[in-house]
Design a protein around this ligand. Structure first.
Ligand code: ZN
Ligand code: ZN
Length: 223
């Protein structure tokens, strides 16, 4: 009995030290890092219009209580260029470029470009979706790691008429991709900015600028 009594404090100390050990996410951050403590850099590529960057920054500030920095424009890396169906830049390559140039003091980075971007669309088994000729190099509005450090948005496919919707689309896609970086999945709520864009601009036009209650809750935001 006496041995057992002596063991109790040791077990308690062990349990306490294990529970206090910081859990790290795959980025090496102490997880979960509060959203208020996070920062994001906007990285325009090429001739991305400065007014658009400023508008996107404002809409991100209205959605996420993070710190935002607007960086100087840089050239698109030629290593990301492909010409399979049409001249495009591979979104996954751009995400790698962004993750590489991101300063250690920042948590996330959002690339902004005017050139068409593409990715490979895969099914649940990880195979290229059929028909391959359509989905191997699939043009997208944006792409964001989930969760992760990097996201990219392209204005290229958002320019279709009506023109007055262009900036709203750009803001919604940016809020959406940053949401993925913060860990959010696609949302079944039709008005939620995290609804799946499902291959069409009409979906982007249909959603609002806001995260639904459930999505807000998931990243630690109050209504
Ligand atoms: Zn998405
Ligand atoms: Zn939602």
């Amino acid at each position: 009995m006496k041995v057992l009594r002596n063991l109790i404090p040791i077990v308690l100390i062990l349990a306490l030290s294990l529970s206090l050990r910081p859990v790290r996410d795959w980025l090496g951050n102490i997880f979960p890092k509060k959203i208020e403590k996070r920062s994001l850099a906007l990285q325009p590529y090429g001739n991305f219009v400065p007014e658009w960057s400023a508008e996107i920054k404002r809409s991100l500030e209205a959605t996420y209580p993070m710190r935002f920095h607007l960086l100087e424009s840089r050239d698109l890396p030629e290593t990301a260029f492909v010409n399979i169906k049409s001249p495009r830049y591979r979104a996954d390559s751009l995400l790698r470029d962004l993750a590489r140039i991101k300063a250690d003091t920042l948590d996330h980075i959002l690339g902004l470009c005017t050139r068409d971007i593409s990715t490979t669309k895969r099914d649940r088994q990880g195979q290229v979706k059929k028909p391959e000729s359509r989905y191997a190099d699939w043009g997208v509005f944006g792409l964001g790691q989930r969760p992760g450090v990097a996201a990219i948005v392209s204005s290229f496919r958002l320019m279709r008429p009506p023109k007055e919707l262009f900036l709203d689309r750009l803001k919604k896609v940016s809020i959406h991709e940053v949401g993925h970086n913060l860990g959010l999945k696609h949302c079944a709520e039709l008005n939620c900015v995290m609804a799946d864009a499902a291959e069409s601009l009409s979906t982007v036009d249909q959603v609002g600028f806001e995260l639904c209650k459930k999505c807000k809750h998931e990243i630690g935001l109050k209504d």
